[in-house]
Design a protein around this ligand. Structure first.
Ligand code: NDP
Ligand code: OXD
Length: 306
């Protein structure tokens, strides 16, 4: 079996070594133009030329959970596209989102500023019941995040395409229930895949439906959010602020207003990193399962976009 590795912005050698160790009977090579045809590909942001040369691929394994960039390409017609299915990302996402929610709810940013100014001061405790957290997207990552938030006794709501039964999470489903979900939410967490249906979903008319003093945490993709609408709603006082990990252009351009906005916290697309060892183990297991004709999790449906 031949496996081609084609990942931009990724140090290839440790991945190649790991894949070779996990799949000793396979030939695993770094792709270069004109390379012989492979059976499977392990990719992140590959160029179109890669797929144009590899029309016979059976499996395309994305080393991330989001496949929005991959699905923009012309893919081999018979290839099964597979995304990372957790692989150590959900616990990181739960840490990041709980940290952002709690930092906002407990006003730790204000305490940090006070302490820097040599001020010993208390803020009035806030009622947890007044901070319902709504998670958009209750998939592999969103479900883990929603359950983690529920452990801190926040009221937790979730919105997805199909309705869910998750203990401690009030489920809303589909476009018909979006307005009810938003109206019941104060802290909004976006963990949707980027698809034609979800692009720009965090915009003026949706964000203005959040409860007054709302807060936005976007850890999915930058193109879910209309940047200027968020800033307008924060500056008007309807929203209290935002924590953003993903941006329309990455790295976030230095002149972007998000960098300096006092009520916006930015991080460099780091909320849930791809973990190499976990990912290699998952991909190798799935390649072997496919070879045995067994079903695997994490298969992308290109038509629905995730
Ligand atoms: P999943 O595919 O497991 O979950 C997607 C969820 O979104 C599902 O619950 C799905 O509903 C819901 N959904 C999809 N489309 C719609 C829609 N139109 N309306 C309502 N709900 C919708 O994805 P993951 O949880 O694994 O990952 C989510 C995203 O997180 C990724 O696509 C990626 O963009 C981002 N990500 C960001 C990272 C970072 O470091 N910032 C790291 C990893 C991922 P249903 O369950 O009904 O199908
Ligand atoms: C992913 C990401 O999609 O890191 O996995 O954003």
């Amino acid at each position: 079996m031949r496996i081609s590795f084609c990942c931009t912005d990724t140090k290839a050698e440790p991945w190649l070594q790991g894949l070779r160790a996990a799949l000793p009977d396979a030939s695993v090579e770094l792709w270069s133009a004109g390379a012989p045809p492979a059976d499977h590909a392990v990719v992140w942001a590959p160029p179109q030329a890669f797929f144009d040369e590899q029309p016979q691929l059976k499996g395309v394994f994305n080393i991330g959970a989001g496949v929005d960039a991959l699905l923009k390409l012309r893919l081999p017609p018979l290839a099964t596209v597979v995304r990372l299915d957790d692989a150590g990302m959900s616990v990181q996402m739960a840490e990041y989102v709980c940290h952002a929610v709690i930092r906002h709810f407990r006003e730790f940013g204000g305490y940090e500023a006070d302490v820097k100014a040599g001020k010993w001061s208390y803020r009035k405790p806030r009622a947890r019941a007044a901070f319902p957290v709504g998670v958009m997207g209750l998939g592999v990552l969103g479900e883990r995040v929603a359950k983690a938030l529920a452990q801190f006794e926040f009221p937790v709501l979730g919105w997805s395409r199909s309705s869910k039964a998750i203990a401690g999470v009030r489920s809303f489903a589909g476009a018909a229930q979006l307005a009810d979900f938003l109206a019941a939410t104060k802290v909004l967490v976006c963990l949707l895949p980027l698809t034609p249906d979800t692009r720009d979903i965090l915009r003026f008319d949706t964000l203005s439906q959040l409860q007054p003093g709302g807060y936005v945490i976007n850890v999915a993709r930058g193109s879910h959010l209309v940047d200027e609408d968020l800033i307008a709603l924060i500056d008007s006082g309807h929203l209290a602020g935002a924590t953003l990990d993903v941006f329309r252009t990455e790295p976030l351009p230095l002149d972007h207003p998000f960098w300096q906005h006092p009520k916006i916290t930015v991080t460099p697309h780091t909320s849930a990193r791809t973990l190499r060892d976990e990912s290699i183990a998952q991909i190798a297991d799935k390649i072997m399962a496919l070879a045995r004709g067994q079903p695997i999790a994490g298969i992308v449906e290109p038509v629905r976009g995730y």
